[in-house]
Design a protein around this ligand. Structure first.
Ligand SMILES: *Cc1c(COP(=O)(O)O)cnc(C)c1O
Length: 236
C-alpha cells in the first residue's frame, strides 16, 4: 500500500462523512445515529486497515473464507466486524464468536442454525433479518409477508437477538427508483418495533449502498453499507 492509495481511501471516507451528515440533516435526523459500514469484500487486509486508520469503525464481509483469511491477518483490528453476505448453514460455526452481527439472515432455517452454534458457544448472537423487498427470484431474503412469522419463530430462541432488518433492493434504473422499497422496509421496521419480545429490538435498519445511500437515509436507514464509494471499483 502506498501513500497515495491511503490518501484516496481517506479522502473518500471524509467526503462520504460529509455527504452522510448532509443527507441526515436534510431528513431532520442526527448524523450520529447513522452507522457507516465498510463493505470490504475483495479488498486486502492492508486496504481494510487503511480504511480503519481513516476512521472506519465497522466492517462487513460477504464470504466466510475471505473473512477468515483476513481475520488471521488482523485486518479488522480497531473495528467492529459483521457479516453481510450469503451464508450457508454449514459455515455458520466459523463466524460465531468473530462477528458482532450477522445481517443476512434470510430464512428460518439459517436463523435456527445460527442459534444452535451460538448456544454451543454460550453466545447470544445479534442478527438482522434480510428481507427480499424487491421479490427477486435470484435474491435471498424473506418475503415481506413471511417476515412476521419468521421473527416470531426465531424470537423464541434465547441464543438469538434480532436487532433489525436488512435489504438489498433491485438495481434501480433511475434516480430515487428504490424509494418505494426503502419506504416499505421502514414500515416493516416500525411495525416490528411494536413487538413486545425480549429477543426482538428494532435497532438497525440496514439499507443503502454506494448508488443510493442518501435516498436510503431519507427513508429512515440508520446503517449504510458502502464498498465502491470507499475503496473504488472492485476488480472481479
Ligand atoms: C458489496 C456490498 C455492499 C456495498 O456495495 P457498493 O455498491 O460497492 O457500495 C453492500 N451490501 C452488501 C450486502 C454487499 O455485498
Amino acid at each position: 500500500m502506498n501513500k497515495e492509495e491511503y490518501s484516496t481511501i481517506k479522502a473518500n471516507i471524509d467526503q462520504l462523512q460529509s455527504r452522510i451528515d448532509r443527507a441526515a440533516v436534510k431528513a431532520g435526523r442526527d448524523p450520529k445515529e447513522i452507522t457507516l459500514l465498510a463493505a470490504t469484500k475483495m479488498n486486502s487486509a492492508e486496504r481494510v486497515q487503511a480504511a480503519i486508520s481513516a476512521g472506519i469503525r465497522c466492517c462487513g464481509e460477504n464470504r466466510v473464507q475471505e473473512l477468515l483469511d483476513k481475520y488471521e491477518q488482523n485486518a479488522y483490528a480497531g473495528s467492529d466486524l459483521q457479516f453481510i453476505g450469503t451464508l450457508q448453514t454449514n459455515k455458520v460455526k466459523y463466524l460465531i464468536g468473530k462477528v458482532s452481527l450477522i445481517q443476512s439472515v434470510g430464512s428460518i432455517h439459517l436463523g435456527k442454525a445460527i442459534a444452535k452454534e451460538a448456544a454451543k458457544k454460550d453466545i447470544r448472537q445479534d442478527i438482522l433479518m434480510e428481507v427480499n423487498i424487491g421479490r427477486e427470484e435470484a435474491k435471498s431474503g424473506i418475503l415481506p409477508e413471511d417476515l412476521f412469522l419468521a421473527v416470531e419463530e426465531l424470537s423464541a430462541l434465547p441464543s438469538l437477538h434480532i436487532r433489525g432488518l436488512m435489504a438489498i433492493p433491485p438495481i434501480a434504473d433511475f434516480k430515487n427508483g428504490n424509494t418505494p422499497y426503502f419506504q416499505q422496509m421502514r414500515q416493516l421496521y416500525e411495525k416490528l418495533g411494536t413487538l413486545q419480545s425480549p429477543n426482538v429490538h428494532m435497532d438497525y435498519l440496514s439499507m443503502g449502498m454506494t448508488d443510493d445511500f442518501e435516498e436510503a437515509i431519507a427513508c429512515g436507514s440508520n446503517m449504510i453499507r458502502l464498498g465502491t464509494a470507499i475503496f473504488g471499483k472492485r476488480n472481479y
